[in-house]
Ligand binder design. Sequence first.
Ligand code: FES
Length: 133
Amino acid sequence: MALYSEKVMDHFRNPRNVGVIEDANGIGEVGNAKCGDIMKMYLKIEDDVIQDVKFETFGCGSAIASSSMATELIKGKPVADAMKLTNKAVAEALDGLPDYKMHCSVLAEEAIQSALEDYQQRTGKRIENGGNA
Ligand code: FES
């Protein structure tokens, strides 16, 4: 039985949106102290929409696949949607990760949260949490 899904292998071998956005207006960097992996997310946000997103991940294959998938899931989406992206959604979009690799998808969620936090601090804007109020 294959340990990793086809999708994980695909995003690991051909990661989408790798790189740096020079004029990003939201940047987040997170790491996992146990494995030492680091993930950095760059967001270019205009009119409350994620126009562009890129990442740099110094980490395991699952972390690379998770960051790649996460960028695909939020690109072109409203910031409120990106705010709600969970690591579970990332792992599901990858057709699953082994239990002991779930923390790799947590890094992707945290990196995006951190970049959105940075965006809010820079702009003084608050991202409404998609509530219907
Ligand atoms: Fe730590 Fe994958 S082993 S992010």
